[in-house]
Design a protein around this ligand. Structure first.
Ligand code: TXA
Ligand code: MG
Length: 342
């Protein structure tokens, strides 16, 4: 299956074209403040199915529904719980997805058999314009082929999706760079399912209570353990290179890489470190200790490793708290959970 893909600027004409396609039950790619997404009308099951086909996504991984106003919630959720109201007031529009009890109008194809639905109100002006012009709440996963790093530029969407959907809107690079924080308010305690730009501490401050950390965030689930958020169980975000994360200081990292020079390794390191690691080829992914900067660069850097060719890659380890938790969470999946403590 190959269809003609148009890559066009996210201007007024582009937004109008995207909205018309969505209303016709088509899928399109567009920028958000987190990563690029592939959108389909969340109430139209056959449109949503096209997303799974285009991405090669497993059917048991549910999609996030995007809105531009809380007035769109009736029908999408069966209840707007008090905790969700607090979080929405604090962080919407913005990079936060709230898991709530599912309403009757969401297509079954979005929910993968769950009785909950993830809702997000993005802040990016292009998504908001497309929602407004189409009148559609839309389901939108990240616009990568399933298993690949999420795309943060229209060119990266093109590399994965060209021939698989009719339109990609180019709105420039994404400001946040990692996908939204996913938090569930269904169940006894609020639970963080996926870390992002909005941190655990941000959520706890807004809610005035403790938020549980889903065990799948910082380590591999044990064999047979059930992921409450299906997306967290897959090897993910992975370049073709074999990545191993080395946890330690820069000096320890450099010594380890030098000791393994026979493997002809490349390095995924922090800004400014590349020159000090010569002659090994390096890709930098943001300043050490600066989670926001690392988040903005991590997915592009994973793709850059592939563009340099398949190889053994050693990666510097980000911190595990604040926004860095989101970077660590993506990187351990890209590394298939291979972490070596130095
Ligand atoms: O920033 C984002 O959220 C981006 C942009 C495009 O908005 N979208 C995105 O979607 O990252 P996706 O499909 O790549 O990731 C959705 C994540 C998955 O880990 C999925 O398992 C989880 O959210 N999820 C969705 N609905 C869920 C539900 N009802 N219960 C638990 N987890 C859910
Ligand atoms: Mg994704």
């Amino acid at each position: 299956m190959s269809i003609e893909t148009l890559l066009c600027p996210a201007d007024q004409a582009g937004v109008a074209r995207a909205a018309a396609l969505l209303r016709q039950g088509e899928i399109i790619a567009l920028p958000t403040e987190t990563v690029y997404g592939i959108a389909a009308d969340a109430r139209n099951g056959s449109a949503v199915k096209k997303i799974f086909a285009a991405k090669g996504r497993p059917q048991d991984n549910p999609l996030i529904v995007h809105i531009d106003d809380v007035g769109m919630l009736p029908g999408l959720v069966s209840e707007f719980p008090e905790r969700a109201r607090l979080l929405a007031a604090a962080f919407w529009p913005g990079p936060l997805t709230i898991i709530m009890p599912r309403g009757p109008e969401v297509a079954d194809e979005c929910c993968a058999g769950l009785d909950t639905v993830g809702i997000r109100m993005p802040s990016h002006p292009v998504v908001r314009q497309v929602i407004e012009a189409s009148g559609c709440a839309f389901a939108a996963p990240s616009a990568n082929r399933s298993g690949r790093p999420s795309p943060t530029t229209a060119q990266d969407v093109w590399a994965d999706m060209q021939g698989r959907l009719p339109l990609i809107l180019d709105g420039g690079p994404c400001a946040v760079g990692v996908e939204s924080t996913v938090v569930s308010v269904v169940g006894a305690k609020p639970t963080l399912f996926r870390p992002g730009h909005i941190t655990l501490e941000d959520l706890e401050r807004a809610l005035g209570e403790e938020v549980e950390l889903s065990p799948a965030i910082l380590e591999k689930l044990a064999e047979g353990e059930v992921a409450r958020s299906p997306g967290m169980k897959y090897k993910h975000y992975a370049p073709r290179a074999d990545i191993t994360i080395l946890e330690g200081t820069f000096e320890q990292f450099k010594a380890y890489v030098e000791a393994h020079a026979a493997q002809d390794p490349a390095c995924l390191c922090f800004a400014g470190e590349g020159a000090k690691l010569a002659p090994f080829p390096c890709v930098e992914y943001g300043r050490e200790g600066d989670g926001d900067d690392q988040a903005r660069h991590i997915f592009r850097s994973l793709r850059a490793l592939d563009e340099q060719g398949d190889r053994v890659v050693y990666a510097r380890c980000p911190r595990k708290d604040g926004v860095s938790m989101a970077v660590y969470n993506r990187l351990i999946r890209a590394a298939a959970f291979r972490v070596v403590a130095l």
